[in-house]
Design a protein around this ligand. Structure first.
Ligand SMILES: Cc1ncc(C[n+]2csc(CCOP(=O)(O)OP(=O)(O)O)c2C)c(N)n1
Ligand code: SF4
Length: 338
């Protein structure tokens, strides 16, 4: 970077391409794309500092629509390509776009190792609980009973919980949002501010193959009672502050409590601490219905990243040495082809 050139703030338009967006009309992917394009100028980086890397799926068309560097890679392998990109150029902001099939079926293994290694990147998992691109087969997040071309009598699989998978894989940042939520940009900003692998599950409405499966908490009507937006240092209150989440000390599990006259302390409501890993595990597993849907930043406690460790190790190993490619390739056994 040239110190003499002031960084011009970009606008959302600077992040849009001229490509025709090819999602079905009404797909939740549009709202996520808009939220990302609106958020990027707030992050203080430029399009040329940024790369979007996806696997395969409807959601994975995302890089075409971002005026940044981009790779539309192969199914489930965005984490591998992202790792290579970040190691080659640690200055780049790396964003991974993936679906529930891409990240948790064929790419489950890769997602796990990306999180465990803690590559500095943002992972946006668009969870529509179905395979959209291939015409609606059930996915690892589809609910029991989901009828699809591959489960015509209803799925009998127990679904995975992406945020629980992420925590179990060692993720140091875990958040949740949904496509049309006005809070999504704040979640994206928090993910970007976290140094390390930042995992965000974004509930996304596939209106063709799994329409409105998130309506029970995402619909504006009644949202207050069904959404728990978490904020670090704030009590876990919902339903206009009339209810909260507390710890049942007999069973060491979470419970919903009523809050009278705003006295949440008397009701034992927990203050959200983003560094509390044990509570984060409980929040992501709260059964919806009995509990509201936990949204926002559930966990955020950075640790040294994979890319910084690799860079450091390389610097140490090369200290005082002069690179000599010729010496390297003629080392050991060599052959002369005649
Ligand atoms: C190796 C390989 N296996 C299977 C496929 C077929 N395929 C393409 S996308 C996809 C699943 C997409 O679902 P998801 O990741 O949930 O994304 P969505 O389309 O819902 O956004 C599958 C199975 C493929 N492209 N490559
Ligand atoms: S099939 Fe579903 S996920 Fe894919 S573009 Fe259409 S609505 Fe969106």
């Amino acid at each position: 970077m040239n110190d003499m050139t002031p960084i011009q703030k970009s606008s959302p338009k600077d992040w849009e391409t001229d490509q025709e967006v090819r999602w079905c009309p009404g797909c939740g992917d549009y709202a996520i794309l808009k939220a990302v394009q609106r958020t990027m100028p707030e992050l203080g980086r430029r399009p040329e500092d940024t790369v979007f890397i996806s696997g395969i799926g409807c959601s994975s068309r995302f890089p075409y629509y971002m005026e940044t560097y981009g790779f539309h890679t192969i199914h489930g392998r965005a984490p591998a390509v992202a790792t290579g990109v970040k190691l080659a150029n640690p200055e780049l902001d790396v964003w991974i776009i993936t679906g529930d099939g891409d990240a948790l079926s064929i790419g489950g293994n890769h997602t796990m190792h990306l999180l465990r290694r803690n590559l500095d990147c943002q992972i946006l998992l668009f969870n529509n609980e179905i395979y959209g691109l291939t015409k609606g087969q059930y996915s690892p997040t589809s609910r029991v009973g989901t009828k699809s071309p591959s489960t015509p009598f209803g799925s009998v699989d127990r679904p995975a919980t992406p945020c629980a998978f992420a925590l179990g894989s060692g993720a140091r940042f875990v958040a949740r949002g949904f496509d049309v939520s006005k809070h999504l940009p704040d979640v994206l900003k928090a993910a970007h501010a976290h140094k390390g692998a930042a995992f965000i599950e974004i509930f996304q409405n596939c209106i063709v193959y799994n329409k409105d499966v998130f309506e029970d908490f995402a619909a504006p009507k009644g949202a207050e009672a069904r959404q728990l937006w978490l904020q670090d240092g704030q009590p876990m209150l919902f339903d206009g502050g009339s209810k909260g989440i507390a710890m049942d000390m007999d069973t060491l599990t979470l419970k919903v409590v009523g809050v009278a006259e705003g006295d949440w302390q008397a009701a034992g409501v927990i203050v959200h601490n983003v560094k509390n890993r044990a509570i984060a595990h409980m929040l992501v597993e709260m059964p919806f219905g009995e509990f509201p849907m936990a949204l926002g930043v559930l966990y955020d406690d950075p640790r040294p990243t994979f890319d910084s460790a690799v860079t450091e190790q390389n610097a140490k190993l090369s200290e005082g040495k002069t690179p000599d490619l010729q010496a390297l390739i003629s080392k050991g056994q060599t052959w002369t082809v005649e």
